[in-house]
Ligand binder design. Structure first.
Ligand code: HEC
Length: 94
């Protein structure tokens, strides 16, 4: 369990990859909370969103939701990746 960084290809969506995707996409609005976007790491703000259920949130990320633009700048994200991005934003402390 203490393998060095050499083992990371074993995971299909390694955390680092999602973090990079996040930096290129959702980050530009969700880091600062632009236009009322729930801020990354603001667990309270995200808890209210999470109550809708992950399926709805993924759908809204893909289709857009009020001030949230469709696809959130990620034009080739899969539903699974949207889910990972949402979890990253909802759970990341800071
Ligand atoms: C251009 C700015 C912008 C970008 C880029 C952006 N968002 Fe958002 N997002 C918003 C705003 C603003 C809201 C708040 C919408 C509202 O409640 O009116 C929001 C809300 C959301 C919500 C909550 C929707 C709901 O049903 O409550 C999810 C989920 C979400 N964004 C996911 C993402 C993901 C995933 C990405 C990156 C792939 C992303 N966003 C990129 C602006 C953005």
């Amino acid at each position: 369990m203490r393998a060095e960084a050499s083992d990371e290809s074993a995971q299909p969506s390694a955390p680092r990859e999602i973090a990079q995707l996040y930096q290129r996409t959702c980050f530009s609005c969700h880091s600062s909370g632009i236009n009322g976007a729930p801020r990354t790491g603001d667990q309270q703000a995200w808890a209210a969103r999470m109550d809708k259920g992950m399926d709805t949130l993924v759908h809204n990320a893909r289709e857009g939701f009020q001030a949230m633009p469709p696809r959130g700048l990620c034009f080739d994200c899969s539903d699974e990746e949207y889910g990972d991005l949402i979890l990253l934003m909802a759970e990341q402390a800071d």
